[in-house]
Design a protein around this ligand. Structure first.
Ligand code: HDD
Length: 719
């Protein structure tokens, strides 16, 4: 709680100093935007009681005009998102590598604002789309704002920013009928992808469960592009940025994701909001992979190629700090919608690499913000204002807030005593890293960018068996929605370049053959007079690595049930002692028990005690919870038996491989009515004839495992 208050204070105080508080001086009265107190907000000004409305009614016109202009263009990508405030703190000084002020002093807290997002869907689309998640962090440092605009996947679809509009046009709803919303499962996306072999590594990630996270709080984040750290001596190191969630990396099942979209399209947004409101602040450790400049060419992939990772087996991630999100925004539009991230917002000590994707990004974001937020003064919107003092000779334009005084708006000047001055490097002036570059002006793709399959295969081979199956299923789903046969054929042909069995399993699901060769080259988009051979993939071996443990979510943290939502299915006649004992055991471990009753409001226990119900069964489904518990109570268990929604609730939890527990008469319900009751030796189905206390320990362990994915193979339950 102390943290929460402190960050709130720092951020609010500073922002309030800068912001023009429109409420000042208006007390609690309703006013127009000119401060005129309004006496009647119910009726327009009319000619008589029933008469026509008068044009003179400037109060109504002001109100409606403002309303008519409420929407601003949504982001062309990452339109759907949710944000939160917090702080970042470094563990130990990184002075050896970087002079960035916020990475020096472990006692210093730097305020941050983070926005998570999906990429393809519109602003109102579902949170659970199969998609990459944006993970953008704005650090309000004393040296200016630093934006780390990353994703939850460490690589990208394309190598050169010039392809970004093509990529996004292909994945967005198709232009003739604007279908489908927030989905890559359609022809244009796979048409483009099947012609862009460089996207294959990313495709492996997006078809994996990483693209359907359980929560924003349980996602990794990556800066994706290679950046540079610069220290005081001007020495540079290449750096890749990582965010490692302390709750582990977890996902839902695909069948579940589709159902969550129907039951609660705001699932991730709500989850983030509620965790913060409940004081369960999401935390990530900040990680860096550091590569000395001299090792730039040491790897058999190019550090400047955004379709490649630096495997953690080759360069370990050093965890250098922690980010805590501890405050929800006060206003979604003012903060989350208007926040403007730009990869070009850096601070001294951090610099760019020549990654051609990053280079294009440096242009695109500023351009986007100017359109989206209406002009070049978007930095004056409170959420975008730096805490560091700002002074320059830029003037005017739309919605200018700052009132610059004096007659001087140029540099050099003598009339203002030369102010504002350029800063020397010792005073924190940004000094761009001096780098020798090749002097030929050319449009080519570097030869070192041409291996598209080695790392795709590394990712696939690093997955657990059930994860491989999920990738096969995802590809089969997506390509199953494609209508043009040639696109599917091309895709399975490319998948074969990654892994034979992967391609074969997908081809079998689609009921097609893998073509021995293609009629036209995969990538026919090379320049007209180029040799196609030069554009084909040239596979290499990533340091001879066959697997990298960090790539599989099976190896994530599985020792906590903190913030997990456990559904208790009850009806009148439940055993209150059982419910209380299980609730206490789960809450002790930081989970939340939600009582789901047959009726809203409350349920009555066997001994007549009334218990508040969190949700009526008809308003929820098991996909919204992490696990299910059925307490003792004969009458209660009998009532659940007569309720098809209750049976479906448990069956679906079983299908999605969740932990299920029951005690006393609850066990009969599970055994007689549900698939879980027929499961043999299922480690995540805990049935205790002896009451909740006996079941609690095993139940907690099973929930901490996140899912019992073995169930899929053992019971042939597709997830
Ligand atoms: Fe981008 C938004 C992440 C490549 C152009 N991008 C945007 C956001 C994230 C990313 C998280 C949302 C920020 C927010 O919450 O407001 N983008 C990435 C990553 C990339 C990437 C990790 C690959 C390394 N992006 C990329 C390229 C281009 C863009 C190559 C253009 C050439 N991205 C944009 C944009 C957006 C954007 C059009 C839309 C809204 C915005 O900027 O503020 O400028």
């Amino acid at each position: 709680m102390a943290d929460k208050k402190q960050t709130k204070k720092v951020t609010n105080e500073k922002i309030e100093q800068l912001s023009q508080d429109f409420e000042d001086g208006t007390d609690k009265f309703l006013t127009t935007n000119q401060g005129l107190r309004i006496n009647d907000n119910q009726n327009s000004l009319k000619d008589g009681e029933r008469g026509a409305t008068l044009l003179e009614d400037f109060i109504m016109r002001e109100k409606i005009t403002h309303f008519d202009h409420e929407r601003i263009p949504e982001r062309i990508v990452h339109a759907r998102g949710a944000g939160a405030h917090g702080y970042f703190q470094v563990y130990k000084s990184m002075t050896k590598y970087t002079k960035a002020g916020f990475l020096q002093d472990p006692s210093k807290k730097t305020p941050v604002f983070v926005r998570f997002s999906t990429v393809a869907g519109f602003r109102g689309s579902t949170d659970l789309a199969r998609d990459v998640r944006g993970f953008a962090v704005k650090f309000y440092t004393e040296e200016g704002n630093y934006d780390l605009v990353g994703n939850n996947i460490p690589v990208f679809f394309i190598q050169d920013a010039i392809k970004f509009p093509d990529l996004i046009h292909s994945v967005k709803p198709e232009p003739h009928n604007e279908i489908p919303q927030a989905a890559s499962a359609h022809d244009t996306f796979w048409d483009f992808t099947s012609l862009m072999p460089e996207s294959m590594h990313m495709i492996m990630w997006v078809m994996s469960d990483r693209a359907i996270p359980r929560s924003f709080r349980m996602m990794e984040g990556f800066g994706v592009n290679t950046f540079r750290f610069i220290n005081k001596e001007g020495k540079a190191h290449f750096v890749k940025f990582h965010w490692k969630p302390l709750l582990g990396v977890h996902s839902v099942a695909w069948n579940e994701a589709q159902k969550i979209s129907g039951f609660d399209a705001d699932f991730h947004r709500r989850d983030l909001w509620e965790a913060i409101e409940n004081g369960a602040y999401p935390e990530w450790e900040f990680g860096v992979q550091i590569v000395p400049e001299k090792d730039e060419h040491k790897f058999d992939f190019d550090l400047l190629d955004a379709t490649k990772i630096i495997p953690e087996e080759l360069v370990p991630v050093q965890r250098i700090g922690k980010m805590v999100l501890n405050r929800n925004p006060d206003n979604f539009f003012a903060e989350t919608e208007q926040v403007a991230f730009c990869p070009s917002h850096i601070v001294p000590g951090i610099d760019f690499s020549n990654d051609p994707l990053l280079q294009g990004r440096l242009f695109s974001y500023l351009d986007t913000q100017i359109l989206r937020l209406g002009g070049p003064n978007f930095h004056e919107i409170p959420i975008n204002r730096p805490l560091a003092p700002l002074d320059n000779n830029q003037r005017d334009s739309r919605m200018r807030q700052m009132i610059n005084k004096g007659r001087v708006s140029y540099e050099p000047n003598s009339l203002a005593g030369g102010c504002p001055f350029q800063a020397m490097i010792k005073d924190g002036g940004l000094h761009t890293f001096e780098e020798r570059i090749d002097g030929r002006k050319i449009r080519v793709r570097s030869d070192s960018f041409r291996d598209h399959f080695t790392q795709a295969a590394l990712f696939y081979n690093s997955q657990a068996e059930y994860e491989k199956t999920h990738i096969v299923n995802a590809l089969s789903f997506e390509l199953g929605k494609v209508e043009v046969d040639a696109i599917r054929s091309r895709m399975v042909y490319i998948l074969k370049q990654i892994d034979d069995s992967l391609a074969q399993r997908v081809a079998d699901n689609l009921g097609i053959e893998i073509p021995a060769k293609l009629d036209s080259p995969i990538n026919h988009s090379y320049p007209a007079d180029a040799n196609p051979k030069n554009y084909e993939s040239k596979p290499k071996k990533t340091g001879g690595l066959k697997k990298d443990a960090a790539l599989s979510m099976a190896n994530t943290i599985k020792d906590t049930i903190k913030t997990r939502q456990i559904a208790f299915l009850v009806a009148d006649g439940f055993n209150a002692a059982d419910v209380k004992a299980m609730k206490a055991a789960l809450e002790k471990e930081g989970a939340t028990a939600k009582i789901i009753g047959l009726k809203s409001n409350s349920a009555k226990s066997a001994n007549g005690e009334k218990m508040k119900v969190d949700h009526a069964l008809r308003t929820v489904a098991s996909v919204l919870f992490d696990a299910v518990y059925i307490p003792d109570g004969e009458k209660s268990a009998k009532a659940l038996t007569d309720e098809p929604d209750a049976i479906e609730f448990v069956n679906e939890a079983f299908r999605h491989c969740k932990a299920i527990a029951a005690s006393g008469a609850g066990v009969d319900f599970i055994k007689n009515e549900t698939y879980a009751g027929r499961a043999k030796d299922d480690k995540a189905v805990i049935l205790s004839e002896n009451g909740a206390k006996t079941a609690a320990k095993d139940f907690i362990n099973a929930i901490a495992q996140h899912r019992n994915w073995d169930r899929e193979t053992a019971r042939k339950v597709p997830a």
